[in-house]
Design a protein around this ligand. Structure first.
Ligand code: NAP
Ligand code: GCO
Length: 265
């Protein structure tokens, strides 16, 4: 019988910031495809909550405390994972933050903080796992990008700068390490219903939809917000042998937003 090219059997996947939200959904899909799941969060209580959420799904995940912006902590995490679980075959740079502040009101410190988590950290974590991937002869890196890797909008200057940068970091990792059988691709989720976007979906005092919520429905051919689980299949594809000749690509999983001018009001 031929091997299933989408199988992640025997693979170890590190998904950053995956106690809940998109990272959690990607981890669950990778587990279903056979991978061993490793994740981190910034505090022990958040890691414990994550482990309990995985247990509820019947998944024995390995959770660690680590702030992805701290290079020493990331290096220590990767060393510990290699000792306790094994060499990381799949890295998903998922941890991310957003600050919705008009640019001329945003402080440079706030801007730097977003760049630190959303762009510097993927560099730090990828840098930490690549040497072992080279030694092992293969590796998959998936960077979670955004609509804001392509588009701008008011209040998200730092996030757009970071996610645009992450798209180019993705292409550069693919260019620099493709010859070592390392594939680095991005996933660009559309508007997905998670805690990060909850403020954009809050009901109005009169019970009506938030104007941004209605705007997103009108901008999305699928006419709905994405669910975190919508990212599972694409992530498994980019983590599996099925995508071994896909490198430096950004796979937008957006219900068609980038193809569409939007519904006429
Ligand atoms: P979320 O619900 O806010 O979850 C983000 C996760 O990242 C949380 O678990 C958070 O940990 C963790 N995190 C933040 N800073 C960290 C740090 N310094 N070290 C370690 N972990 C850290 O966000 P989400 O919507 O699932 O988004 C996940 C990724 O997808 C992000 O990169 C986001 O930008 C991107 N994305 C989201 C959407 C969307 O519509 N939701 C669309 C496109 C892209 P805590 O437990 O501490 O909060
Ligand atoms: C915003 C949103 C986003 C999304 C996402 C889109 O305020 O516009 O939070 O930017 O989270 O990244 O792909």
């Amino acid at each position: 019988m031929s091997r299933n090219p989408f199988s992640l059997e025997g693979k170890i996947a590190l998904i950053t910031g995956a106690s809940y939200g998109i990272g959690f959904a990607i981890a669950c899909a990778m587990h279903e495809a056979g991978a061993t799941i490793v994740f981190n969060d910034i505090r022990q209580d958040l890691v414990d909550k994550g482990i309990a959420a995985y247990e509820e799904k019947g998944i024995k995940a390995h959770g660690y405390v680590c702030d992805v912006t701290d290079e020493d902590a990331v290096n220590a995490l990767v060393k510990k994972v290699e000792e306790e679980v094994g060499v990381i075959d799949i890295l998903v740079n998922n941890a991310g933050i957003i600050k919705r502040i008009p640019m001329i009101e945003m402080t440079a410190a706030q801007f730097r903080q977003v760049i630190d988590v959303d762009l510097n950290a993927p560099f730090i974590v990828a840098k930490a796992v690549i040497p072992s991937m080279i030694r092992k002869g293969h590796g998959k890196i998936i960077n979670i990008c955004s609509m804001m890797s392509e588009l701008g909008r008011e209040t998200v200057s730092a996030y757009a700068a970071a996610k645009g940068g992450l798209k180019m970091l993705t292409r550069n990792i693919a260019s620099e390490y493709g010859e070592y059988n390392i594939q680095c691709n991005g996933i660009g989720p559309g508007y997905i219903a998670t805690p990060q976007t909850a403020p954009l979906r809050e009901r109005q005092p009169d019970g009506s939809r938030h104007p941004f919520d209605s705007f997103i429905i009108a901008k999305t051919p699928a006419a709905r917000w994405g669910e975190a689980s919508d990212l599972g299949g694409p992530a498994v594809f980019l983590a599996s042998e099925a995508s071994d000749f896909v490198n430096g690509h950004i796979l937008y999983v957006d219900g068609g937003i980038l193809a569409y001018i939007g519904k006429q009001p």
